[in-house]
Design a protein around this ligand. Structure first.
Ligand code: CAA
Length: 259
């Protein structure tokens, strides 16, 4: 088991819960925080008992972005040598297990980018999303121009990246960035319930579904359909698929064994 300075990492039955825990800095994402998130994902991904991972922050801030105080003195070569790729800042996006971002308050810059690395975002009604890097004389560096554009389209992505303005939860939901909005005091409960539901599914089937959906953003429709077809056929090799269909026909709950 790893120890963490900036995170709380908990196991709640089959759900892994990662809570960003740098409240005084509004969960600003220093290189150290990104590194710990990568380690926590490694740990939870390797744990066969975990079927879904929830990433959350505090009520005031999911994360207010990369750590500006840490970045301020850096020059090109510092960022070139030790940028977000080098510290595995994108690790959440490569996680094989399903991931949910539970976002309350500010999800700005790297915070919005971190949320977008998750498979989907559940937002509280107080959530605010934005890519304010332009106001600092820089641009998003870990997906804000790419994942945001794929999620909300060019018009809104340009608007957010060029003006640096924030959008509230309702606008984010209308734009397709978040899957659901819940009252702030119900956020974690709702995210954990969704995660428990996912964790109760066949893990290999969930991974196949996630892989197939993700291909939709990286390939042509024809190539994506091919991947989906191959994974769909592969699912017929799963015992869970045979059991799931038998249980449906026999009108009983399935015994999922993750194989
Ligand atoms: N980095 C470092 N420290 C941060 C921070 C950040 N991104 N965001 C907030 N903090 C710190 C503040 O400096 C402050 O610390 P002190 O008390 O020591 O001064 C503390 O957190 C509380 O912040 P505020 O007093 O500013 O709180 P507020 O409620 O008045 O405002 C806010 C909240 C609107 C989120 C404001 O803090 C803010 O604008 N933060 C910066 C947002 C931002 O620009 N993010 C993008 C960063 S660049 C990036 O992310 C690059 C990338 O793509 C990877």
């Amino acid at each position: 088991m790893n120890s963490y300075e900036y995170l709380l990492v908990e196991r709640k039955a089959a759900v892994g819960l990662i809570t960003l825990n740098r409240p005084k800095q509004l969960n600003a994402l220093s290189f150290g925080v990104f590194g710990e998130i990568a380690t926590a994902i490694d740990e939870l991904e390797a744990d066969a008992a975990i079927g879904c991972i929830v990433l959350t922050g505090s009520e005031k801030a999911f994360a207010a972005g990369a750590d500006i105080k840490e970045m301020q003195p850096k020059g090109f070569i510092d960022m070139f040598n030790a940028d977000f790729t080098a510290i595995r800042g994108d690790r959440v996006a490569t996680c094989r297990k399903p991931t949910i971002a539970a976002v309350s308050g500010y999800a700005l810059g790297g915070g919005c980018e971190l949320a977008m690395m998750c498979d989907f975002i559940i937002a509280s009604d107080t959530a605010k999303f934005g890519q304010p890097e332009i106001t600092l004389g820089t641009i998003p560096g870990i997906g804000g121009t790419q994942r945001l554009t794929r999620a909300v389209g060019k018009a809104k992505a340009m608007d957010l990246c060029l003006t640096g303005r924030m959008m509230d939860a309702a606008e984010a939901e209308r734009a397709g960035l978040v899957s659901r909005i819940v009252a702030v005091d119900k956020l974690l409960e709702e995210a954990m319930a969704a995660a428990e539901k996912i964790a109760a599914m066949s893990q290999p089937a969930a991974e196949m579904a996630k892989r197939a959906v993700n291909r939709a953003f990286e390939t042509t429709l024809a190539q994506g359909m091919e991947v989906e077809r191959d994974l769909f056929r592969s699912s017929f090799a799963l015992q869970d698929r045979a059991e799931g269909m038998a249980a449906f026909i026999e009108k009983r709950p399935p015994q999922i064994r993750n194989r």
